[in-house]
Design a protein around this ligand. Sequence first.
Ligand code: CP
Ligand code: NVA
Length: 292
Amino acid sequence: MRPTDCLTGEELDAEQLHELIDRAAHLKASPHASAALAGRTVALIFQRHSTRTRVSFEVGIHELGGHPMVLRTEDTQLARGESIRDTAHVLSRHVAAIGIRTGPDELVAELAEHATVPVINMLTELHHPCQAFADLLTLRESFGHLEGLKLAYVGDGNNVARSLAIIGARAGLTVAVAAPDGYQLEPVAGAQLTDDPYEAVRDANAVYTDVWVSMNDSPDSAAARMQALRPYQLSDELLAAAAPGAIALHCLPAHPGEEITESVLYGERQRIWDQAENRRHAQKALLELLCA
Ligand code: CP
Ligand code: NVA
C-alpha cells in the first residue's frame, strides 16, 4: 500500500524504501525526468532554522514542475494562536503536500491527522527521516549496495541517530549507535546500542556523527552535553578503527573541533557534501511516491 504521509519513515516498507533509493538515483542522473508536481504547490512550514532542507525541498519541487511555498511560522496565523488542526484544513484545500519542520512530533501527527494531503516530517525533536533517505542513497553510491553494510553512529542519540537506526535497519543495514549514558537512544529493533565508540566502529563501512546540541535541545544543557560527548568525536583515529575504506558522514551543520575534526570533515574519506546534495534527489523520489 502506498504511504499517505512520512512522519518517521516507518510508513515505507523495505521494498518501498529500496524503490525510493533506486528512484532517487535515477532522478539524480536525470534531474528533469519527472513532472510529478506540474501545476501543483507544496507548502513548507518552517518553525525552526534550516539551510539544506529548505534549499533541497525548494529546488527539488521546482525540478518536479511544482511550486514550493515556504511558510515561516512568524508570518502565519500560527504565530497568533491559530490551531494546527485549522491550518491543516485550510492548507489541504490549496496544496498537494505539506512539509513541516518543528519541535514536537505530536504536532506533526496532529497535522497529518487533519490534513487530507500528504504530510512530510522535515525534522522534529525525535525524527529526521528525509536525512536518512538521503544517507541511504549516499551509502549506495559509495558501496554499490546497502544490504550487509555496517553503519556506526557516534555521539548524541538524537533525531538523526534514531532515523538512521530505524530506516537503516529496515533497509538491511547493521546500525550501531555509540552514545554515553543519558544520551543513548531507546532500544530500536535491529540496532546495536553501546557506550563504546570503538566497539561501534569495528568493521563499520561508514562512521556518522551529528551535533552535540540540537536545535530542539535547551541551550542550558550545552555545557553538560559537550563534556559527556567529548570522547565520541569523529576523528581520524576513530575512523582508522573502522573497516578499511570506511567513509565519514555528517548530516550538517557541523561544528569542527566538537563532534567532528576538521581533518575528517574536509578529508578524503568524507562523503558529507554528497549527503547534502542527495537530500534533493531523495526528497524528489519521496514527493513522487506520496503525491502520485
Ligand atoms: N541536515 C539538515 O537538515 O540541514 P538543515 O538544518 O540546514 O536543513
Ligand atoms: N540533530 C540536529 C540535526 C540538524 C539537521 C538538530 O536537530 O538540530
